[in-house]
Design a protein around this ligand. Sequence first.
Ligand code: NAP
Length: 335
Amino acid sequence: MAEMSLSLDMSRLRGEQGAPEESEQREREMIIVGAGPAGLTAGIYGGRSLLKPLILVGQTLGGQAALTSEMENYPGFPNGVDGMGLSKLMAEQAERFGAQILYEEVTSVDLAVYPFVVKTYGPEFLARSLILCTGTSPRRLGVPGETEFTGHGVSYCATCDAFFYRGKRIVVVGGGDSAIDESLYLTRFVERVTVIHRRDQLRASPILQSRARENAKIDFVWNTVVDEIVGENAVTGVRVHNVQTGETSVIPTDGVFVYAGLIPNTSLFRGQLDLTEEGYIVTDRRQQTSVPGVYAAGDVQDPWYRQTVIAAGAGAAAAIEAERFLAEAAHKARP
Ligand code: NAP
């Protein structure tokens, strides 16, 4: 069956129309899975190495960074930059050097064969080097009402949805940088933000903490977890309990923004690559995974920093290493 589809593909590629379109070329020197800051920067570096990298975008360009309303710590932007704007610039830069960006979600990879096989819902590709930059996804609370109201009162992206809550009261769940950063952003739109945190100390950086504490629109509910998101046709509140007293209550709200951390997107690689207990891809200091020729960069292999600048740096390193791997392989293959 595989052979048949290969021959069909090849006949189409070599048909009367002449050279295959770039989008149809099956075998690639470098395939990058994921188009956040790590993947796009790998694309810039791979492009500059004349490898014509193919960047496969799962759903949206930019990954978690694109969901960040305003980045104040990315070097070179003293007045801050919005995550989506930065991602678009990175994509433009990668394309300028010959990277091809394709909106195809990867459905499986086979790392036991070489070249590696990369399948999508559409075309299937072969990769002589592979850079995995699949990032992370927001952790869900896993409480009743969360799934039902997602997109209708429950959100994981202030940048995307703040506009719909103009003049309303909302709750933010979590105590990390994302929760506090996005709470501050949300105050531009909403009347009140109530941050619900399961402890009595925030994990967020001191500068964000002090800004939030000084913001008259933000209040905190400490030592409290959400048990249910309640409402009929729209969210009207969250049922919570205090972890110290056990006391339960309902906090009225028009919307819930969840920032309870991130989980790595590695289900495609389970059983094929070494992963940590938490599911992150294990890499060495040169972004090499447990399979030679396969590299990983960005949040998918970084549970420590998860910063755009670090993801971008790791993407650059991965592309440099992949280029060295290909050069070495070509050298060895010489008669
Ligand atoms: P995070 O640092 O892992 O924080 C997650 C927060 O959610 C923690 O406060 C955690 O509580 C809470 N939490 C986890 N599971 C929960 C649950 N089931 N119910 C309720 N609360 C729960 O995640 P993040 O804030 O998304 O940040 C991710 C990374 O991106 C971090 O490294 C962060 O520094 C970085 N980041 C940086 C910036 C910036 O530099 N401006 C902005 C955004 C993100 P506990 O504290 O009790 O564990």
